[in-house]
Design a protein around this ligand. Structure first.
Ligand SMILES: [Zn+2]
Ligand SMILES: [Zn+2]
Length: 239
């Protein structure tokens, strides 16, 4: 188990089931030291309010609370639905493909768009679920770009556990990350209380592939805080 989790949803997402307090309390009970709440960006029709970003501070005692958003690539030019006025409050900006399926598009198609997104939006900290079934990205290409931009690739527990991505695909993604030397985050993408803190499937695959632990940015609370500070400093230069 990792000490922090940088991807989870609350009722601010249409697909979330629980309040922020319920999610943080569950994480604390499971021994997580830092939990991000990263609801979907406006492209998916619902988003957290500015109150969440501007006013809510560590609402559950004993667990560090990180604020983020799971943003979306919105067009082929690599635009994203990040909200500029929230930029100073984001601890993490996650970006992925949702509602962007082009029938039979090859993995290079998505990798090229994500590469454009990374090059034109230096705020992107984490590429989420590059092995999601409808938008499988060319792993080699995206891992190499991530290594170059300092972006982390997400290894998403829920996608593999629910069978939406095969074990073989996730192993290929992990191997591409090892080869490129990019950072990774191991995230739950928890939508329900039982998923909070659960990284079991990815942990087993990391063991199988002898993944270098030092490349996992959320391995400890301290490594997470250090990585977020580094990413925020990069972001501050551009926004
Ligand atoms: Zn997602
Ligand atoms: Zn998510």
């Amino acid at each position: 188990m990792f000490e922090t989790d940088l991807h989870a949803h609350s009722l601010f997402s249409a697909c979330g089931l629980h309040t922020i307090i319920e999610m943080l309390t569950a994480a604390k009970i499971k021994g997580i030291r830092g939990q991000a709440i990263t609801d979907h960006g406006p492209f998916l029709g619902r988003r957290p309010s500015s109150t969440f970003f501007e006013r809510l501070e560590n609402p559950v005692k004993g667990i560090r609370f990180f604020k983020g958003m799971e943003c979306n690539v919105t067009d082929e030019a690599g635009s994203i639905d990040v909200i500029p006025k929230f930029m100073k409050w984001y601890d993490v900006v996650l970006v992925g493909f949702h509602n962007f399926s082009i029938k039979d598009a090859p993995p290079e198609y998505y990798a090229k768009i994500m590469t454009k997104a990374l090059r034109t939006n230096p705020c992107i900290d984490i590429i989420v679920h590059p092995n999601a079934p409808h938008f499988v990205i060319d792993f080699k290409m995206i891992a190499e770009t991530a290594a170059e931009t300092g972006t982390a690739i997400e290894l998403n527990n829920a996608k593999t556990r629910l069978g939406r991505s095969t074990e073989e695909q996730t192993i290929s993604l992990i191997e591409a990350c090892i080869e490129a030397g990019c950072d990774v985050t191991v995230n739950t993408d928890a939508h329900a209380l039982n998923e909070v803190g659960n990284t079991d499937v990815i942990e087993a695959l990391l063991k199988k592939t002898a993944f270098p632990t030092e490349k996992i940015v959320n391995r400890t609370l301290e490594s997470t805080i250090e990585w977020i500070a580094k990413r925020k400093a990069i972001r501050a230069e551009f926004y």
